[in-house]
Ligand binder design. Sequence first.
Ligand SMILES: Cc1ncc(C[n+]2csc(CCOP(=O)(O)OP(=O)(O)O)c2C)c(N)n1
Ligand SMILES: [Mg+2]
Length: 312
Amino acid sequence: MVRIRICEESFVGPILKDEIRCPVHLYTGQEAIATGVCFALTEKDYIFGSHRSHGHYLAKGGDIGELVGEIYCKENGCSRGRGGSMHIIAPQIGMVGSAPIVAGTIPLALGAALASRIRKDKRVTVSFFGDGAAGEGVLYESLNFAALKRLPIIFACENNFYSTHMPIRECRPENNIFEIGKPFCIESYRADGNNVLKVYEVSKQAVGRCRKGQGPVLIEFVTYRMRGHVGPDDNIQGTHTDIRSKEEVEAWRKKDPIRRFEAFLIKNKIFRKEILDRIDREVEKEVEEAHQFAKMSAYPNPNELTKYVFKE
Ligand SMILES: Cc1ncc(C[n+]2csc(CCOP(=O)(O)OP(=O)(O)O)c2C)c(N)n1
Ligand SMILES: [Mg+2]
């Protein structure tokens, strides 16, 4: 969680200075979800992300230098600088890909789960998406198909109450995303997405069900993003108080998943504060090195624009 947080926050300065030019959707505040879910998976399992997927990539074990390289659109990035922040991929560790078409990766995840079912390889696939994707028809088609074929897939919805600047109360009559699995007879849960232990607990249970061939699971993780929807040009600092009141943001700041887990660790004498501080220093160094790695690299050669494009 600390690695994700410090890495995400390290982009704010370069975004505001226009050194990072692609749209960047920061995951600050939602770290417990990627971390808790991926901790319940093995390296062989698959995950698919969305436009806000740096955290998913890192939690699955993606290389931090290649992530930062990609966000600077450099040749040494994980998509060789062709994708930028919203096209993050590391198939070697099961991060099969992310893409910004809202709900667009859900049917891709479904296909991966179907492949696992056919191959009997026991892999579990997680599809991460936001509350906004719950307004897209393809999610419901995918739920139906997954249930019908009892596919080993977890639909992980990160409900942060906003889809760009649209509050969920303006686009759903009830804030009840976890209930959408029920008409398809899909085991469905709602969990506190800012409590990493709760996220892990429910994910472990869901992974167990999928592994045993008991069919798909839908989990709604309730959370909040601490930054604006997107940078560099759209309120990266999260201060659109006309959309999200200061009181609302402050109330969620008190539920910060990292601070909460740190308090738990200290209270239960698992870690001392000095150890937590040392982790912060180590990660800051690692992130600094990742930025150096990114800056060292060239931009992709324009003549090689279509080098990795699929051709028949
Ligand atoms: C099909 C489609 N419609 C609209 C957009 C524009 N868009 C980009 S992100 C976004 C909001 C997504 O909200 P949510 O799924 O809740 O994810 P969050 O940004 O909160 O993580 C929208 C509408 C898009 N990328 N794709
Ligand atoms: Mg959202």
